[in-house]
Design a protein around this ligand. Structure first.
Ligand code: PAF
Length: 281
């Protein structure tokens, strides 16, 4: 496994691989790696000849400077974890390497980008699209791997590839959970022991919503989820939306065609956690 800090060296190596006819799989990350990331890396390893993992805490996608400051940065531990996987190249550039000039591009994802995370974290998806399009342009992967915990991000990236006409297969990978159901996230490391103890209730509440689906209208299920989360004392709901899988538009009836997804954002103290659940068709 080789660590690259510079774009030039990474590109030289990848160009040689491409000439040799090797396929390239890419896993973009912000580091603080956990088993969820490693499952993406393992899948990329099964489906490609070479695997590139980027580790870059992208400042343009943080709408809250405090959040950017406290985001965990653990390169040595990340390298140790990756060395146990089928990862060939780690790309860990500086901010200056990725943004020699400020990136002023504006992406328009329509309603996909303005609901849920887009509403509560203005500018977030524009920053994600800036960095992911830049990384895609540098790495030029055949396939790129994203976890479904960030369901809306996955929709945005697919849409970005359509807008920019990028010939990259976007592979959605299942959420990986802790034994107690909490979705794995780099932010879990920031939870206090009290908040960590109550955080699995997010997933158990989503499962209750799954049981209620069809028996109560979506609006009622949404209210039950919000009330349950807020009643736990240590958690505070930011949103729970039941949306169409493709349009991310709020669903008002279970009878509507298509798969529905329940997306939730919750504050556990100062730490913001997201999760989701797929309602069967
Ligand atoms: O999901 C993430 O970790 C980030 O949003 C990503 C895709 C690596 C872009 O910075």
């Amino acid at each position: 496994m080789k660590l690259f800090r510079s774009i030039k060296e990474l590109q030289q190596t990848l160009a040689a691989d491409r000439i040799a006819g090797l396929t390239i799989g890419f896993v973009p990350t912000m580091g603080a790696l956990h088993l969820g990331h490693l499952s993406l890396v393992e899948r990329a390893g099964r489906e490609n000849d070479r695997v590139v993992v980027s580790i870059f805490v992208n400042p343009t996608q943080f709408n809250d400077p405090h959040d950017l400051r406290i985001y965990p940065r653990t390169l040595d531990a990340d390298m140790a974890l990756l060395s146990g996987c089928r990862c060939d190249y780690v790309f860990a550039p500086s901010v200056e390497e990725i943004y020699p000039e400020p990136d002023t591009r504006k992406f328009d994802f329509g309603s996909l980008g303005s609901v849920m995370e887009g509403h509560f974290r203005p500018g977030h998806f524009n920053g994600v699209a800036q960095v992911v399009s830049r990384l895609f342009d540098l790495v030029k992967p055949g396939k790129a791997y994203f976890g479904l915990k960030d369901f809306q991000q996955y929709s945005i990236i697919k849409n970005m590839c359509l807008i920019l006409k990028l010939p990259i297969g976007i592979v959605a990978c299942d959420i990986v959970r802790e034994a107690d159901g909490l979705a794995m996230s780099s932010r879990n490391a920031l939870l206090t022991p009290e908040h960590r103890a109550v955080a699995p209730q997010i997933y158990s509440t989503l499962q209750l919503a799954l049981k209620e689906a069809g028996h109560f209208a979506p609006d009622v299920v949404k209210r039950h989820v919000a009330d349950r989360i807020n009643s736990l004392g240590l958690l505070k709901i930011e949103y729970f939306e039941i949306v169409d899988e493709l349009t991310l538009k709020t669903v008002s009836s279970w009878k509507r065609k298509g798969t529905k997804v329940g997306c939730i954002a919750v504050f556990a103290g100062k730490v913001r956690l997201i999760d989701n659940i797929i309602f069967a068709k």
